[in-house]
Design a protein around this ligand. Structure first.
Ligand code: FDA
Length: 388
């Protein structure tokens, strides 16, 4: 067994680990970056459909979910989307805003990984992949990491191994094991930005698989206005992925199918078009198959003029608060991120260092900070990695 000593060992060469290692290296630290996967930055490569939605210009702490909503503020304020854009620009990587402040590469996510590796190289970071981390120990102020058959030591150890979403890409709950080993609590991890599954009465909606429409999806006090998509298992699309991060088992998700409709629109429609059917009225805005299914469920057959105002008002209310009762999610196998993770109560928001374990840091998705869909999670990875 060989033994080599560094100032810092970063476990996990994903978004947060690469950023952290590069910055530390460029500040003169001897840094070792380790990953059990054969290659670095795998999630970056598949992100944003291969174009990496690398940040969001509307980044703000209220777009992150955490047991402590204040925790992310410091790191996000000290490394902003503008900082990452400046880095991307310095590599002449062309990008564009797609929608809602989401920035994507014009070319490929490979450019972002190449950029981060180049930054790591500038800092002299030693990058090693493709071996399991067999053991991590801490004694006499040094962390000892057994990587394959090699032993490395450092005064600082950074946990950057992400969360358990998409295990077939090498994701693991290793960060939580390490946290427990060092006495840090873990907020129960749940799949997030994940499709919801429907059963029971809602199962009929699965017949609409492939139908998409703009909606407002709500769980408790939180609502998102984006597209929802019916799937053969239930509900997906950006509005649903966003709301999945807030949804808890047993709670309904309510959908406003006509978020732009004026209050009283259906009674008004009865006055102006008494011979129209509900299906036809809904079909003016919604996809035909969805309009038909909703109209059937509302049981208002025939012409609008034959129904009382009361019934139409009730139907309008249901259309604006259609309650689905998801029986679950598609789980970590399909989740883009994880809600929960290493408890922020045990970490410094300034440095990401564990308050009770000198030299131990946690960054990125491993920590109980989860962003909305749309580049927010990478911005957290860059910012927390930079802070550490
Ligand atoms: P990340 O998962 O990137 O890296 C962790 C690293 O640790 C990996 O390289 C892994 O191999 C390694 N590792 C894990 N277990 C280990 C172990 N036991 N030993 C050694 N190494 C280990 N976000 C966003 O902002 N914009 C987007 O466009 C997308 N798109 C997207 C698409 C898909 C399909 C997914 C699954 C996710 C996204 N995301 C996203 C989310 C984003 O990918 C995620 O938030 C970041 O990658 C998190 O960065 P981390 O560095 O914390 O973990």
């Amino acid at each position: 067994m060989t033994l080599s000593q560094y100032d810092a060992i970063v476990l996990g060469a994903g978004a947060a680990g690469l950023m952290c290692a590069a910055v530390a290296g460029q500040r003169g630290r001897r840094v070792l970056l380790l990953d059990h996967a054969e290659a670095v930055g795998k999630k970056i490569l598949i992100s944003g459909g291969g174009r990496c939605n690398f940040t969001n210009i509307h980044t703000a702490p209220d777009r992150y979910i955490s047991t402590n909503p204040h925790f992310a503020k410091s790191a996000l304020a000290r490394y902003t989307p503008a900082d990452f854009i400046a880095l991307v620009d310095s590599y002449r990587i062309a990008w564009h805003e797609k929608t809602l402040g989401q920035l994507f590469c014009d070319g490929s996510a490979k450019q972002v990984v190449a950029m981060l590796l180049e930054e790591a190289a500038k800092g002299g970071v030693d990058v090693r992949c493709g071996q399991p981390v067999r053991a991590v120990a801490h004694a006499d102020g040094l962390y000892r990491v057994t990587f394959g058959d090699q032993l490395f030591t450092a005064a600082n150890l950074v946990i950057a191994t992400g969360g358990p979403s998409i295990p077939k890409m090498g994701a693991s709950g290793f960060a939580y094991d390490l946290a427990h080993q060092f006495g840090l609590k873990v907020v129960e991890p749940r799949p997030a930005l994940v499709p919801l599954t429907l059963g029971g009465d809602d199962v009929l909606f699965r017949d609409l698989s492939g139908v998409a429409t703009p909606v407002e999806a709500r769980s408790g006090k939180t609502a998102f206005r984006e597209a929802a998509l019916f799937t053969h298992k239930g509900l997906s699309g950006p509005a649903i992925l966003q709301i999945s991060s807030y949804w808890r088992h047993g709670e309904p998700v309510t959908i406003d199918f006509l978020p732009d409709a004026a209050p009283g629109w259906l009674v008004e429609a009865k006055r102006t078009r008494p011979r129209a059917t509900l299906t036809a009225m809904l079909g003016g805005t919604l996809p035909d198959r969805l309009a038909q299914t909703l109209a059937e469920r509302l049981q208002l057959p025939g012409e609008l003029g034959t129904h009382t105002d009361r019934k139409l008002t009730d139907a309008e209310a249901r259309l604006s608060r259609w309650a689905f009762h998801p029986n679950g999610t598609e789980g970590f196998a399909k989740a883009e991120v994880t809600v929960g993770g290493i408890s922020t109560a045990f970490l410094s928001s300034q440095t990401m260092m564990a308050k009770s374990v000198p030299g131990l840091y946690a960054v990125g998705e491993a920590v109980d900070v989860t962003g909305w869909l749309g580049g927010y999670n990478f911005q957290w990875a860059w910012a927390s990695g930079h802070a550490a």
